[in-house]
Write a protein that binds this ligand. Structure first.
Ligand code: NAD
Length: 366
C-alpha cells in the first residue's frame, strides 16, 4: 500500500538522523512492495524569520491531512522565552499519549540484558502545560495574592516566587490510563504500573492515582495493576527492571523516567518513541537535537530508525516493520558497523558514522 507521511527533519542532529531513518524506510518499503511518499516541512527556530512562528500552520495542516508524521528532534533555546515546538505540536494535535518502548537488544553495551518496558507518558498536562508566571511580575503577584488569600497561613507563597501551575485533569488522567490498558491488552502485556507522588501532591497526583485505580478495575482479570511512588520506582527500575512491563505516568515523571529507561537499554541513541492522539500520530526519538554533534555524522541513528519502525507498524505495515527491526538487531549484535556510543570504548576508531550505520542496516534487510 502507498502512504503519505509528513516529514519534519528537525534541527541540530535532526536532519542527519531523520534522513538516515527515511533511507531505511524507503529501502524496506521497496523490498516489501509498499511505498511512503514524504511531504517535507521545516519547523523550529530556523523558520521563525520566514513564517513568524516556529510551528507554521501549514506544517500542522499537513500532519492533520496525512495523519502520520516522522519528526527529527527540534531545539528549544533556553532563556529566550520561545516555547518548545515539540510541546506545542503535541498540544496542537492533541497527541495525548507518548509511547516509548525500551527493550534490550543483543549486543548492546548495558548492565542489563532482559529489559522490555513500555512507557506511556501523558503528553498534554502537568507542569508541561506551560502555565507559568515569572517572578516579580504583576501576573505572578496577582496569582500569589489570590492563592495566599485562601491558603493556610503556614502555606503562604513568598511574593518574589516564580510560579508554574500543575494541572492534572480527571479527563486527561482517564484518557491516558485507558490508553495504557488498551495498549497492554492489544500487545499481550501483563501489567500496568501507575507512577505518581500522591503521598505529597495529594490533589494532582492523588487524582491521577484514584482515576488509575478506577480504570484498572475495568481490566481486572485481564491486565494486572499496581502503583509506585516516583522516587521509589527510580530505584526499583535500576535494580530490577525486568519486574516492570507497562508504566503509565503524568507528563514530567514520564519525561524523566524515559531517559532513565533509555539508559537501561544502552542510551538515548537507542530509544524510539511515538506521540499518539485519536486521529494523528507523530513518531520521533526520545532524545533531543544534541547540538554539539550537529553536522558531524557521528550520533546513533537507531532511535530514529526504530521510531520509523513504530510508524510502519502504526500504518499496518507489519512485514516491513519486522524486517526493519530484524536488520537493526543484526547490525547491533554484529557490533561492527555501529556508532561510537555503542562501542565499549567511546574513542574506538572503528566506530562508524550515522550514515554508515544506516547503510549497514539497509544492507542487512532481508
Ligand atoms: P539530547 O537528548 O539532545 O542530548 C543529550 C546527550 O545525549 C547528547 O549530548 C549525547 O551525548 C546523547 N545523545 C542524544 N542523542 C543521541 C544519539 N542519537 N546518539 C548518541 N548519543 C545521543 O538532550 P539535551 O542536550 O538536553 O537537549 C538538546 C536540545 O534538544 C534542547 O534544546 C532540548 O530542548 C531539545 N530536545 C528536543 C526533543 C524533541 O525534539 N522531542 C526532546 C528532548 C530535547
Amino acid at each position: 500500500m502507498n502512504h503519505k507521511v509528513t516529514f519534519i527533519p528537525g534541527d541540530g542532529v535532526g536532519p542527519e538522523l531523520s534522513e538516515a531513518a527515511r533511507r531505511c524506510i524507503d529501502a524496506v518499503c521497496a523490498k516489501t512492495g509498499t511505498a511512503v511518499e514524504w511531504e517535507v516541512f521545516d519547523a523550529g527556530i530556523d523558520v521563525v524569520e520566514k513564517y513568524g512562528t516556529a510551528l507554521p500552520e501549514h506544517v500542522l495542516a499537513s500532519i492533520r491531512k496525512n495523519r502520520v508524521a516522522l519528526k527529527g528532534p527540534i531545539t528549544t533555546p533556553i532563556g529566550t522565552g520561545m516555547r518548545s515546538v515539540n510541546v506545542e505540536l503535541r498540544k496542537a494535535l492533541e497527541l495525548y499519549a507518548c509511547l516509548r518502548p525500551c527493550r534490550s537488544y543483543k549486543g548492546v553495551r548495558s548492565r542489563y540484558s532482559d529489559v522490555d518496558l513500555v512507557i506511556v507518558r501523558e503528553n498534554t498536562e502537568d507542569l508541561y502545560a506551560g502555565v507559568e508566571f515569572e517572578n516579580e511580575t504583576p501576573e505572578s503577584r496577582k496569582v500569589i495574592d489570590l492563592v495566599n488569600s485562601f491558603s493556610n497561613p503556614k502555606k503562604q507563597i513568598r511574593r518574589d516566587s516564580a510560579i508554574s501551575i500543575k494541572p492534572i485533569s480527571k479527563f486527561g488522567s482517564e484518557r491516558i490510563v485507558r490508553f495504557a490498558f488498551e495498549y497492554a491488552l492489544k500487545n499481550k502485556r501483563k501489567k500496568v504500573t501507575c507512577i505518581h507522588k500522591a503521598n505529597i501532591m495529594k490533589a494532582t497526583d492523588g487524582l491521577f492515582l484514584a482515576v488509575a485505580r478506577q480504570v484498572a478495575e475495568k481490566y481486572a482479570g485481564r491486565v494486572a495493576f499496581e502503583d509506585r511512588i516516583v522516587d521509589n520506582i527510580c530505584m526499583q527500575l535500576v535494580q530490577r527492571p525486568e519486574e516492570y512491563d507497562v508504566l503509565v505516568l503524568p507528563n514530567l515523571y514520564g519525561d524523566i523516567i524515559s531517559d532513565l529507561c533509555a539508559g537501561l537499554v544502552g542510551g538515548l541513541g537507542l530509544a524510539p518513541g511515538a506521540n499518539i492522539g485519536d486521529s494523528v500520530a507523530v513518531f520521533e526519538a526520545t532524545h533531543g537535537s544534541a547540538p554539539k554533534y550537529k553536522g558531524l555524522n557521528k550520533v546513533n541513528p537507531t532511535a530514529m530508525i526504530l521510531s520509523g519502525m513504530l510508524m510502519l507498524r502504526h500504518l499496518g505495515e507489519h512485514g516491513a516493520a519486522g524486517m526493519l527491526e530484524d536488520a537493526v538487531k543484526r547490525v547491533i549484535s554484529d557490533g561492527i558497523s555501529v556508532t561510537y556510543d555503542m562501542k565499549s570504548d567511546r574513542n574506538d576508531p572503528t566506530a562508524v558514522g550515522t550514515r554508515e550505520m544506516a547503510d549497514a542496516i539497509i544492507k542487512a534487510l532481508r
